[in-house]
Design a protein around this ligand. Sequence first.
Ligand SMILES: [Zn+2]
Length: 316
Amino acid sequence: MQKPLTINGQTINAGESKTIILNAYELHTKTQIEIPVHVVHAKAKGPSLLLSAGMHGEETNGIEIVRKIISRQEIQELKCGTLIAIPVINIVSFLYGSRDLPDGRDLNRCFPGTKNGSLGSRIAHDLMKHILPIIDFGIDFHTGGAKINNYPQLRCVFDFPDNIALAEKFSAPLIIDSNYREGTFRHEASKKNKPILVYEGGESMRFDYLAINEGLNGCLRLMHAYKMINLELPNNPSVKINKDTWIRANASGLFHMNATNGNFVNKGDLLGVICNPFGEIEHKILSTVDGYIVGINNQPVVNEGDALIHLGIEKL
Ligand SMILES: [Zn+2]
């Protein structure tokens, strides 16, 4: 039998499922912003898994993945361990439909945060104080930036065996070696020996059902691997990527993509063309490497030098 769990003064008993509030933050309008945390605390002992999304308020695919997970019957009947699910970490940015906080800060550069700091710093501090100590590992869901569509991928550090073990259990189509960045939740969690992997899929402010389904299935595979649920799904033939490069626009104009996100391409393959609107030019965009397309720019009008196609090279 698991012991009761206490988060910010709210207790969840073994066998209980509850939504608690991480903390309340008051805005200048006196509006209270609260961050709901959905907790399923099984009777039997097992791992404690964090699934979080909405660190950036316009990354809706991740929010939908966590919503789908907590709506499932298997999760309400968790066999062992604990699921801590935060569908929207950054509530105020979600309300605005923006990536950043009202003061322009990126919440995922505010970690570990401080008790009396800016709004972002306080949210980061509360996650570090109340959530990190009660989890064993986690997945933080993100999507591509504006107009960038990321093929479903997990980002982790290949040098850390616990990162690779989690990534293989989740089995995303692409697993990408990605170093830690200062100020991120993933980096600060790693300092406390709590591996958090970042999932990226699709584009901000746009539902991408491939990215949503791959994220959902990955969570179910991970929970099955730890015996938290009985449902078993086949693994993806995951590809491990340890080098990447961007193909940039060789001219300004209208960009047409000829290749498909996620596909393997050879060096010299035609990936797209850039034309000017007056029918005078057509520049070919060729692959510079043998690799997988891990992300594409969906913007139809590009300037010379813009990042167009993100290519990943397989670790062999
Ligand atoms: Zn993000």
